[in-house]
Design a protein around this ligand. Sequence first.
Ligand code: HEC
Length: 290
Amino acid sequence: MGDQNATIVYWVKMTLPFFTCLLLSCDQKQQEESLTISNPIVQLNDDLFEGMNKVVVHQSPDAVYKKDVSYEAFPLSEVLIKAYPEWKELLQQDAVLIMRAIGGYVPQMPFSDGFSGRVYVATNIEGRGSDQAYDCWDEGGEEHCDLGYFLIWTDGFYPERPQPWGTYEFEVIPFETAYGDAIPQSSEMNVIAGFNKYRKYCIECHQINFVGGNKATEHIARKIPLEQNLLDHFLFNFRKLDPTTYMPDFNGILTPGDSKEIMAYIDHMQTHQNYCVSEPDDPRCEELRF
Ligand code: HEC
């Protein structure tokens, strides 16, 4: 008899949310949770920009040309509104925007950062004919000329930030799909705050559980764990010693307190090396074994 009661209680518990949903109409909630992006991958081309108003953006000095440049450009927010009809839902869910460039640079940012007013999609240098959009420039001994769309940052987040030239494609993916193994399994405030900062400032170049950008190191799947001193050194001193590095100087952007939160997140993730546990045969994990 006791067992039977337990069984009934079990089934009521399991089915209650379903019946409550029927009564209260949870349609909307369910839709939000399973938002499908109708067209996640969007090519940048003249069709997309048709009917949009260009603005002139002065970069002084420009990160690529190392001199003052004025671009004709579209604010990224307007491009995203045009490209993604469900942009409001994407903002709410804080989806992830991935940008692919010919140069092989694949930066990513929170979708909401596309609405910060600091990022533009440049199509040309002001006053140039479309047949000769950009000056040629040299990068690592390779000459590049007239390569489609430049993505430019105007907030001086750091002036030398690589600007993806030849950006040809955007992709928007849901937060969980994008960050899966990098999402902390903790409810501690400093770990979550650290993750949010890591997402905003670091994951574009670095990786956690091999989730992230392709410009720099993996921060947890490694032989020598990252420590606070080394982290502070790279955040606040390293660029002074090596002005040519891609690693930004975070003085004035992050505080030592922020660095502690980022460290709390990395420490937490060091005990959750999911990727190398589930994919031990990946050669990148193999390298980490002594
Ligand atoms: C634009 C790309 C970029 C961004 C953004 C970036 N880094 Fe880096 N980082 C690099 C590069 C490149 C190096 C390698 C430095 C070198 O040797 O020139 C590096 C090196 C480091 C190192 C030392 C190498 C290691 O893994 O032990 C640490 C620590 C580090 N970064 C932490 C961070 C943190 C934390 C953030 C975010 C607050 C961040 N970085 C943001 C590109 C970046």
